[in-house]
Design a protein around this ligand. Structure first.
Ligand SMILES: [Mg+2]
Length: 385
């Protein structure tokens, strides 16, 4: 018998907007949206609970959010501040176990199995984590406790905000039964209809469904899906990978202050960073920008992403945003560098069939092959010129 594990999933509540409401008391109890301005293209990064009541949610176009909730306060957000708060939270989590896997700026899994004898039950540890996070940051977190990552994440979502929920192995089948299949990671908008065609709507339907028919339809993925439906997930909690960071920099022959030239340099550097991230099989949770001025002073700026990436387009986009902040006033740049840090080893096998989320991956893989054959200079993305 394998050892029963105790896994926690800690998820900050409406993280970005909660930070803003903490720091700007006049925003408390009011709808707040962090993201693109409502009159610009772009999406909502986070919505306060007050805004969610109007149907506003993250990843929604800001224009739509404005239509649903015009009285909301729209903020660009301060990502350096959120990164700082995130680091304080992660430091608290590491007081309980070294096995902390940060999955986004405000979310992490902990394997506390080895800490139980010293620190109490999973639920006691969860309560203490919530207390310390609140004491240190004045922010609330929701924590799920279970025997694996899949169930722990479901649990943290069930009592939000400021929640604490345990799913025991005895309860798990009953808890899962009524939930829609979309709650299983990897079953998305594109793959859901394939299950509906088979008459599978809830996780309970999936629990009952014969594995042979599933295999015929979904191949190797079937067993993984079936295991999730039964509340099984043996994926380990993985702290950062051995590779610490991947970066790339270039020194200009003559100092450059023109933004377009700098942006082009950042994109070229990001291309290489993306290629190496994929070659290592890792995703970066943090993007770093390095700038050296003509007087040789150097600055680095970092941003932590909501979701780790190995996509050069995303790396470039974030690095350029960081650069635009530093270069509001044009200033001659001698060297520019782009890097990915906080690397996470992350095979996305569960999303293999969800083509929407994998189209970029496929494009990038195809691009890597072309580059390997013809050299990097041959290939430039459309829209870059
Ligand atoms: Mg959260």
């Amino acid at each position: 018998m394998p050892v029963t594990r105790t896994i926690l999933h800690v998820d900050m509540d409406a993280f970005f907007t909660s930070v803003e409401q903490r720091d700007q008391p006049e925003l408390r109890g009011k709808p707040v949206v962090v993201g693109a301005p409502p009159d610009k293209r772009g999406v909502v990064a986070a919505a306060s609970y007050e805004a969610r009541k109007f149907g506003v949610h993250s990843a929604m176009p800001s224009r739509t959010a404005y239509r649903l909730c015009p009285q909301a306060t729209f903020l660009r957000g301060d990502h350096a501040k959120y990164s700082r708060e995130s680091e304080r939270v992660m430091a608290i989590l590491r007081q309980f176990t070294p096995l902390v896997e940060q999955v986004s700026v405000d979310e992490a899994y902990l394997d506390v199995t080895a800490s139980l004898r010293l620190l109490g039950t999973g639920e006691q540890i969860a309560r203490e984590i919530k207390r310390r996070i609140h004491e240190t940051t004045r922010l609330t977190a929701s924590v799920g406790v279970a025997s694996n990552k899949f169930l722990a994440k479901l649990a943290s979502d069930m009592r939000k905000p400021d929640g604490l929920m345990t799913i025991t192995d005895t309860d798990k089948l009953d808890v899962l039964r009524p939930l829609p299949i979309g709650r299983i990671a990897g079953i998305g908008k594109k793959t859901e209809p394939m299950f509906h065609d088979l008459g599978i709507h809830t996780i309970g339907d999936l629990q009952q469904f014969p594995i042979k028919t599933l295999r015929a339809r979904f191949g190797v993925w079937a067993d993984e899906i079936k295991a999730r439906a039964l509340g099984e997930d043996d994926q380990p909690v993985e702290p950062y990978s051995e590779v610490k960071s991947i970066s790339n920099e270039t020194t200009f022959e003559e100092d450059v202050s023109e933004m377009r030239t700098l942006e082009r340099a950042v994109r070229e550097l990001a291309d290489e960073v993306g290629r190496r991230l994929r070659a290592e099989g890792v995703r970066a949770r943090t993007v770093q920008l390095k700038l050296r001025w003509s007087d040789f002073t150097t600055l680095t700026r970092r941003a932590t992403l909501l979701e780790a990436t190995d996509d050069e387009g995303r790396v470039a986009e974030v690095a350029i945003q960081l650069m635009q902040v530093e270069l509001k006033e044009p200033r001659p740049v001698r060297l520019v560098g782009v890097g990915g840090q906080n690397l996470l080893r992350s095979p996305r096998q569960l999303e293999l069939l969800d083509r929407s989320s994998n189209r970029r991956d496929e494009l990038n893989r195809a691009a890597d092959e072309v580059r390997a054959r013809f050299g990097a200079k041959k290939l430039r993305r459309g829209g870059e010129l």
